[in-house]
Design a protein around this ligand. Sequence first.
Ligand SMILES: Nc1ncnc2c1ncn2[C@@H]1O[C@H](COP(=O)(O)OP(=O)(O)OP(=O)(O)O)[C@@H](O)[C@H]1O
Ligand SMILES: [Mg+2]
Length: 886
Amino acid sequence: MDGNNLSSDQVIAEMLDMGFEHSNIVEAIKVVGPSITSVVDHILNGASVVSRTNCEASSSTSTAIKSKVHANNGEVLKKRTLLPSGQVRQSRILDHFQPTNGKVKESTKSHVAVDAVGNVEEHKEPFSEVVVDPCVMSGSVVADSEDDLDITYDWEKKAGTILQKHFGFSSLKSFQKKALNAWFAHKDCLVLAATGSGKSLCFQLPALLTGKVVVVISPLISLMHDQCLKLARHGISACFLGSGQPDNTVEQKAMKGMYSIIYVCPETILRLITPLQELAESRGIALFAIDEVHCVSKWGHDFRPDYSRLSMLREKFNTSKMKSLKFDIPLMALTATATKKVREDILKSLCLSKDTNVVLTSFFRSNLRFTVKHTRLSQASYDKDFHELVEIYGRKQYTDENKRGLISKDSDNVSNSDTDGDSPYNKDDNEDDYADRDINVIDSGNRENIRKGKELSVEFLENDIDDFQSVDDWDVTCGEFCAQPPPNEWESSEIINPPKKPGGRLRILKEPVQKGPTIIYVPTRKETVKIANYLCKFGVKAAAYNAGLPKSHLRRVHKEFHQNNLEAVVATIAFGMGIDKPNVRRIIHYGWPQSLEAYYQEAGRAGRDGKLADCILYTNLARMPSLLPSRRSEDQTKQAYIMLSDCFRYGMNTSCCRAKILVEYFGENFGSQKCQLCDVCVDGPPERQNLKEEASILLQTIAAEYARNYSMGDPYDDSIHFDLEDRRRFGERSNLTMFVGKINEQSPKFLTTAILWWRGLARILEVKGYIREGDEKTHVQIKYPEPTKLGLEFVKSGSEQDFYVCPEADMLLAKETANKPYSSFSEWKTGWADPEIRRQRLERMQLKKTTKFRRPKKKRKRNADKLRPDLRTSRGRLSAKLAKNK
Ligand SMILES: Nc1ncnc2c1ncn2[C@@H]1O[C@H](COP(=O)(O)OP(=O)(O)OP(=O)(O)O)[C@@H](O)[C@H]1O
Ligand SMILES: [Mg+2]
């Protein structure tokens, strides 16, 4: 069967069956072409050059060769000890680093085939994988300990060559070296490093260094797909497995060792344990990498139940389970967003070994400029909030041409005849039927695909959120990205400090960021469409992205975004993890994120080229955030509230560097450092105010209630809380709003101070340890305040103690709006007791009423004209009804 007709694929498969090393086969094919005889000769005879014309051999040679191989295995398979069962013992990582006299084979430029679904096959064309010269390797003595050779130096040198050749980078970052050192020492490793710092390289290099396979567990198909395509660009063979993989031969090929890197979703890997064990015994598995490992933890922001079953990997791929292994196959777990609690959970849930190395780097991203802005988050505020974006992208005119940008219809003009049932956008299945009606994501002319009455409109979407529970939820196999790397990609992709300017980093805040794409994150699907619609109207090339949209649309958005054809993507969290586009200049969160983990993860999509990028959180500071619906246990709900509360406090902060809050949230000590870029660093904190009077009155009111309700025991004892029985006895407890009501009754001075302001003060008192939450439920902010011992002491001290604090954002907002006419519901609620405010408001209401009711009257008249005269009055309608019933 050997001959010129055999494909590289077949030759590799045959020879893997014979027990040859995959890397040796591939290397030999590159020299002698796809012929079993020539490849075997090449390997066995020390790389003697066999010309392609001599490659012909009959298929019968195959069996003969097999026996020859086994007879000669002393040469080729010296480093693979044959087990009694005939299995080949998997070599140690060290075996791949015998001194090679610097001989790392130069190979031709890669020609890696990428198929329609993004799998990258290495055996179709010669490809560039660095392999150790088989002859040198087979003749060398395997060193038993790292001390015998300068192995560390050796792998670093090789890694350097690979890095330069495949990725164009000059050196490894220090955390990458540490992670690789751990892997090299056969140890498990937990890598915690900032978004965009280059964690992927830590697990991609082992495949190239050893010629063995690396298996990467990843939570999203779109993410796996994206990474496979990137690897293709770098000449590395990879594939992804899971429900999103339409080609069912890929799995078989992967299990035969035909790809260097296998991406797989957690659900699928659990099914593949046995074939993977076989793979470990044939080509060998260098490493299991678990990317986005925070998904393991219930306390993280993206819990995925299937991740928690990955402890199976430690159980099934160790030396006691697999006799052919000399060492347990190392596990490498990686994330950019894990708090201390989550880290502990990861170590425990994955059953990582006791001597797991934890590689922890700074989470600080020095080129990200964080800002929080207040807005009402309504359609009415889009003009104010997005005018900058419209200006940046330079098309301010609303034109019909612009209108076609993304989603053809303005939400205001949606025809009610387009019922949900008719809309193609409600049908996720059979999406290809609708491909031609797809949403026009960019302004590329008057495409036929936007048909009258079939366009996407806000009405077609529920006010749904994207909740992330399984790999299929956001399954977007994106097709091929043809994006070329930007010219200086290699140089610019290091995370660097923004350029130093005279005047220091503070000056940079005043500078606009360069032009480049923007991602706007919103909580609901409906808002993605509304805002994208709005931006398109002003000529911004914008697209909506949420898991409810047809997959063909999502694919297009990915593609156009990566090809720099889109200026803004308005997305739910579905467009988050793993987006690695270097030039994203702006991440806008329009509404409260659910946690700081999610926020930092999404913000981490910005500025991955190291250049200055903006991360702006627009939110209504007058409103407390609420939890978006999701499946949660009671414990998880509590945790979700804690995370939401941390996020809320981040937004309310006015005195601490935002980057400091963020990195310290992940357990990093930022010390007295400041980012010098965020709004707080640049604007400075607000003036400190002595709020002793306000603090005293609030504490007194709370303490009075506490003393009244709690008649037994020592009120100064902090351990005493109201239990449920107490509550039953004394009725419902007073919440903060009731306390403020009491203050208003007692002190007219505070009549105009909004509850919004008191809420801020209550948070400050809580942080200072003067009050605590009296409810066993967790709330976004203190709701049922109880005094602590410290608080009661403060009350006792009368007005002796000063109470200097920086007002929080809601307090500033409350003061700012106190003298303005009411503008929002929350402000409307306050101030009615003040006769002057009441008079002004009533006057305004009267005025509004008279103008408002003039128009509808006309309308009613018009409608009335259409009605039969006898039905115009209720009496007429009643008699008509009675007549009908008769
Ligand atoms: N040693 C290096 N030198 C220069 N650039 C590097 C190096 N390693 C990785 N990079 C670049 O860093 C960028 C981000 O890499 P990667 O996607 O692995 O980040 P990540 O840490 O996984 O981020 P995330 O947490 O967001 O997934 C890539 O574009 C990559 O090319
Ligand atoms: Mg990553």
